[in-house]
Design a protein around this ligand. Structure first.
Ligand SMILES: [Zn+2]
Ligand SMILES: [Zn+2]
Length: 154
């Protein structure tokens, strides 16, 4: 691989502030990863995509470091996962939201967390669990896929 020197893109002050407000140490690698997530928001991206984009910003890192950082972010409530088939995708947990995911075409849509508050409160009362504030993924069929006839059966 060509190891041409890439001047690192200046890092985002907004990312720095977000890390600090979640009590996280600010390393260039962490800031770069968060910056990628902010750029992709409200989308959700896989570890591989984040890794490629961080490198494109001029901050060399490896896949394991990206994965580890995303675990730290998720534990701190900064990010959450979107349970897509295949490699899991990460997104910013704010604004708090859940997802609906089309099981036919794979398109995800965010749902404001408030839409499920009543349901989750009921579940918490019934189970005694303290539920995560965001990041649920509900399967279904998107409006587009409901309109088109199901694929021919073999
Ligand atoms: Zn999400
Ligand atoms: Zn669909």
């Amino acid at each position: 691989m060509d190891r041409a020197f890439v001047t690192p893109t200046p890092l985002d002050g907004h990312a720095l502030t977000q890390l600090r407000s979640h009590g996280l140490r600010c390393t260039p690698g962490r800031i770069a990863i968060l910056q990628v997530l902010l750029t992709c928001a409200p989308g959700h991206v896989t570890v591989d995509e984040i890794h490629q984009r961080v490198i494109a910003l001029g901050w060399p890192t490896d896949n394991t470091a990206v994965r580890r950082t995303l675990h730290v972010f998720t534990s701190a409530g900064l990010t959450h996962t979107l349970a897509v088939p295949g490699p899991v995708a990460y997104g910013l947990a704010n604004p708090p939201h859940h997802h609906v995911l089309c099981s036919t075409c794979g398109a995800p849509t965010d749902v404001p967390a408030a839409a499920l508050t009543a349901t989750l409160t009921t579940v918490q009362a019934a189970t005694g669990y303290q539920l995560t504030r965001s990041g649920l993924t509900l399967p279904g069929r998107c409006p587009g896929c409901q309109e088109s006839p199901p694929a021919a059966r073999h």
